[in-house]
Every structure is written in C-alpha cells, then in structure tokens.
Design a protein around this ligand. Structure first.
Ligand SMILES: [Zn+2]
Length: 227
C-alpha cells in the first residue's frame, strides 16, 4: 500500500511542478504526506488548516493526512487516490500562502472568502437562481415535477463541478483545483458548463500567477547572491 501511496503522491507532485507550484525545496515542495494512525471517519484524506486545531489534536497544520485504513477502492466512483491528494493539496496551498487567497480572485470566483462557510455556496446559489428570470420562465414551462428537477440539475451542474463543491467556498475551490490538475491539458472539455469552466479558468490564472511569482523570487534571489 505504501508503494501505491508514494506513486500517487509523486504523480501529483510532478503535476504541481509542471504547472509551476512546486520547485525544489520551495512552495508546495514543503508539503508532507503522512498516513495517520487513525482510521477513516468517512473522509478519504484531510488537512488541518489552523494552529488552534494543531494544538488540540497534535496533527500538524498544512500536512496531508490519509487515514490508516486507506480504502483501495475510491468512495466516489471514478475518483482515485491521486484525486484525493490533488484535493488536499488545494487546502495545503491555502495553509502555505493564505495572503494569496485573500486577493480578489478567490471571492470573485467562489462567492465567499476561503474561510467563510456561511452561507454555504449551495444556499447562495439557490437564492441567485430564484432571482434568475430565464430560469423562472423555463421552470414555469415545465409540466411535471420531474421536468423541473431536471432543469434544476442542469443549472446545478453548470455551477458546481461536484456535489461536494457546493458545501463551502474552500471545498468548491479544492474540487475545482483537483479537476484543474487532472485535466490541465484539456480543460475545454468543461466549456459546456460555463460557470464551472469560468472557475477552472480562474484557478488556472491563479496558478500561473503564483508560479510566475515563485520564479521571479528565485531570479531575484540568484541576482542578490551574485551581487
Ligand atoms: Zn476538502
């Protein structure tokens, strides 16, 4: 199992290096992955984000933990261990660089600040949907409850990349980041889901910006050394 975990961890680390978020000894390279002594209480992986949690639980903040009884089969069909690790990396990125997540890009795309889970994105979105004239007209045209549900589901799929993403702005980001990494070379597959695609594009631009900043700092450092 350790080999399987290592393989998945390295696969995701390579992806992060490819998109520019991980350089030798720097930025996301500092993130560790541990297999916890505790079995899963329903989660596939987790990250403690605050020092307060760390003092209470002795889990280190910003480290990816996988449960001791790590399931070999994904809980959600189609998800791999690499997907869990991709998702958890999104949370560790926030832990490492919270100031970057306080910039306007995050709230513009995900509707709330990273740490704000009240109201939930689902509630926020439902409120917006009920004010949407086009949706109201379409809904009134549906003759059956099944038709109305289908219409709702279609709008819902345009907004959230997965069900889990509708829980919190931070989870919406983490799920979007997971799919960004997985499909980084073919993101256009999401063009038929405009809001989801928009979030993916925002994440892509944020990744590029963070990567650029990381490279510039390295150049500045080298220049400083030479000088
Ligand atoms: Zn999460």
């Amino acid at each position: 199992m350790i080999e399987f975990v290592n393989k998945s961890f390295h696969k995701v680390r390579n992806e992060l290096a490819e998109v520019g978020l991980l350089a030798r000894g720097r930025y996301l390279d500092s993130v560790d992955l541990y297999i916890s002594a505790l079995p899963s209480a329903g989660e596939a992986g987790y990250v403690f984000e605050s020092a307060a949690q760390w003092r209470r639980t002795r889990f280190k903040p910003g480290v990816i933990y996988l449960p001791s009884d790590l399931p070999q089969d994904p809980k959600v069909p189609g998800y791999s261990l690499a997907d869990t690790i991709r998702h958890e990396y999104a949370h560790t990125w926030y832990c490492l660089d919270p100031a970057f997540f306080r910039e306007s890009w995050f709230i513009d795309a995900f509707g709330a600040s990273y740490a704000n889970c009240n109201p939930k994105p689902l509630e926020n979105w439902r409120r917006q949907l009920h004010r949407d004239d086009e949706y109201s007209v379409r809904r009134d045209r549906c003759r059956s409850e099944v038709g109305k549900q289908r219409l709702f589901d279609r709008y819902y799929r345009q907004e959230f990349i997965t069900d889990y993403a509708s829980n919190c702005a931070s989870e919406d980001f983490a799920e979007t980041f997971m799919f960004f990494l997985r499909y980084r070379r073919s993101l256009e597959r999401y063009q038929s889901r405009p809001r989801v695609y928009h979030k993916l594009m925002v994440v892509q631009r944020a990744v590029e910006r963070a990567g650029r900043r990381l490279r510039q700092r390295r150049f500045a450092y080298k220049f400083h050394q030479v000088g």
